[in-house]
Design a protein around this ligand. Structure first.
Ligand code: S3P
Length: 167
């Protein structure tokens, strides 16, 4: 079976939902941010020391490694599809699913999140930042094979929609 790539803004639930969806589909689960941290350490520290572009280069390399995976659901980082040819690479190598949430919901979730996110750390108005950034990122996210609004929707429904996509 072809891989499935989960896309979406930070806070949309790629990792949490991804684990559940993968388990229900009988897929392996791979989290690109976790893979990055296994190899290079904390993402925030890496951003501070090496800069964002160095992070993006490695993120793309890690994405390319997924070509050797099979039956795997891959949770990408929020920026992964939006750099270089990554979105094209994703769609050439599997199905892609954009987990949509509105900016306000993302902001509320991110305010309560414990995960360190270097791009969000310095933002004094988180909602404003998301409102500015989401439309730009959606130019990529909306190229996904499937777009699912994950507002008020049970995981089972998301899984059903993905199953219909992969048959
Ligand atoms: C990023 C999102 C993060 C992580 C990195 C950059 C982004 O992943 O890849 O901090 O550019 O939005 P999550 O979407 O899992 O938070």
């Amino acid at each position: 079976m072809r891989n499935i790539y989960l896309l979406g803004f930070a806070g949309c639930g790629k990792s949490t939902l991804g684990k559940r969806i993968a388990a229900q589909l009988g897929y392996q689960f791979l989290d690109l941010d976790a893979l990055f941290e296994q190899r290079y350490g904390d993402i925030s520290d890496f951003f501070a020391k090496e800069g964002e572009m160095a992070f993006r280069r490695i993120e793309t390399d890690l994405l390319h490694e997924t070509a050797t995976n099979i039956n795997t659901l891959i949770s990408t980082g929020g920026g992964t599809p939006c750099y270089g040819d990554n979105m094209k690479y994703i769609n050439d190598n599997g199905f892609s699913v954009y987990l949509y949430l509105p900016a306000k919901v993302l902001a509320d979730r991110l305010k309560n999140s414990h995960k360190q996110r270097p791009l969000l750390r310095g933002q004094c108005d988180l909602l404003q930042y998301i409102k500015q950034t989401l439309p730009i990122r959606e130019m990529y996210y909306r190229q996904a094979t499937l777009i699912v609004s994950v507002l008020d929707i049970h995981t089972d429904r998301v899984v059903e929609q993905i199953k219909q996509m992969i048959v």
